[in-house]
Design a protein around this ligand. Sequence first.
Ligand code: SAM
Length: 174
Amino acid sequence: MPEVYILRLGHRPERDKRVTTHVALTARAFGAKGIYVSTKDEELERSVRSVVKRFGGDFSISTGVKWKPFLKEFEGTSVHLTMYGTHVDDAMPQVKSKATERMLIVVGAEKVPPEVYQWATFNVGVGNQPHSEVAALAVFLDRFFQGEGLRRDMGGHMKVLPCERGKRVVNDPE
Ligand code: SAM
């Protein structure tokens, strides 16, 4: 299974904390290995690491990443999620055929600089209507991993046991 990382552009700590946290948690839950955020935000790092510590998984977060050299020099297949891109249904077979051991998925916050469209291996639209980076990432990862990301045991000391009603959570910090 390829190792998938996310590059989050344009994060503004005072406005985007919640959405970027959701991008990170969605990435983790749907099978990605880590997230790079272009803006430094230690509080964001702390809150994502706290989920990883409790619920498990091998998921990393780095903030303050210089995204231009990072994306330009990335040595694998990169996918920029954008409403202007090739429809995900049409793009996915090509993305899978060009999958590399390490892959990068780029999502924006506001307008994304033009270099991203040029440097990404693929520009993919999860449909071609404007919606959200969280939704786009979830759908893309779920299609890419064909649901397997959601089925993994993350090995955390907190584990949710699915039930029809109510909440069942095992918490075993030992
Ligand atoms: N109009 C903005 C632009 O020029 O990209 C859209 C910003 S949108 C609020 C934030 C991010 O959500 C985008 O950078 C993109 O990664 C993602 N996004 C929104 N709609 C999408 C779609 N239909 N397909 C793929 N990604 C989408």
